[in-house]
Ligand binder design. Structure first.
Ligand SMILES: Cc1ncc(COP(=O)(O)O)c(C=O)c1O
Length: 293
């Protein structure tokens, strides 16, 4: 993380190492905060409206109002992204419930949130690397029952990811009551007998912006798809397994619990969907947002 870049904090742009919140911030003390990660391609933020709508939903779910209008957020994203012109990046934002003199679980009144955002450069997409795919293990999902809120309370995700790393895997797919939900920081798709399947929206998983786009692209290009529960056994025998996120895009899982997925290489539908996704990014670069307003 480069400290030369400016971060946004409560209306100001400051060098990142000077952008500080008090140690009594409720985001720090209780994980009482929500966040978004917005990819920018060639310096241009992608699917902004969708991310801001999800931010509104997360804030409403934790009983907060969005402290900024969407156009104010957009201006912040543009100003941050301009610092890395033409580069791929991830814009991070977080809204905490603020800092108060007394540590108390009770929600304060009035609430004075802390609002922060910063951007970080991402390496350009590497197709050869994407084609090598990723290794994944399954783990029990020990998270709470409001995983649809993009909250910063991510310790269960962090621990699952640590276990995945220890076992030589890139990600973990979380299993709840015998069904595969999502990754620690990604949504899940499988391809089974030509059908693209993702678990349905519920309180147990995040409504991913990349997942939405994949479903839109599938609909437009005539790929049969369904939102349906994926049993742990069905996951093990799937022809293809993908994990999607704003940072991973569409990652092909080539090894699951030490066994190859399909032929052990990305499947045919992954190549097709990945190309559609990359075409969307190209449209953004050429000035036409893909499936956005
Ligand atoms: C738990 C979880 N599920 C899914 C996703 C994918 O969401 P998106 O496509 O909006 O990045 C993320 C992203 O960080 C996540 O943390």
């Amino acid at each position: 993380m480069s400290d030369e870049l400016l971060a946004y904090l409560n209306g100001e742009y400051l060098p990142r190492d000077q952008a500080c919140v008090p140690i009594t911030d409720r985001g720090l003390l209780f994980g009482d905060s929500v966040y978004e990660v917005i990819p920018a391609y060639g310096g241009l933020p992608f699917r902004v409206r969708h991310h801001l709508n999800r931010l509104d939903r997360s804030l409403a779910a934790i009983r907060m109002h969005n402290p900024l209008a969407h156009r104010q957020w957009q201006a912040i994203f543009e100003r941050l992204a301009q610092q890395l012109p033409g580069q791929d990046q991830s814009i991070y934002l977080q809204v905490t419930r603020g800092a108060y003199p007394v540590r108390n679980h009770v929600i304060p009144d009035p609430v004075v949130p802390n609002v922060l955002a910063f951007t970080s450069a991402n390496p350009p997409r590497d197709f050869a690397k994407a084609q090598r795919g990723i290794k994944v293990i399954t783990l029990e999902d020990i998270r709470w029952h409001r995983c649809d809120i993009k909250a910063t309370t991510l310790l269960a995700n962090v621990l699952a990811r640590a276990q995945a790393s220890e076992e030589g895997a890139d990600e973990a797919i979380l299993i709840r009551d015998g069904a595969a939900m999502e990754g620690t920081a990604s949504n899940l798709f499988i391809v089974s007998n030509g059908l693209l399947i993702t678990p349905p929206d519920s309180a147990e998983l995040l409504p991913g912006i990349t997942r939405d786009l994949v479903l839109e692209l599938a609909g437009e290009s005539g790929v049969p798809f369904a939102q349906a529960a994926i049993g742990a056994a069905e996951l093990e025998t799937a022809d293809e397994v993908w994990l999607t996120s704003s940072t991973r895009e569409i990652a092909a899982v080539v090894e699951l619990n030490g066994r190859p997925v399909g032929s052990g290489a990305p499947g045919e539908l992954w190549y097709r969907m990945d190309a559609l996704f990359q075409a969307c990014k190209e449209r953004l670069r050429s000035g036409a947002e893909c499936h956005d307003d």
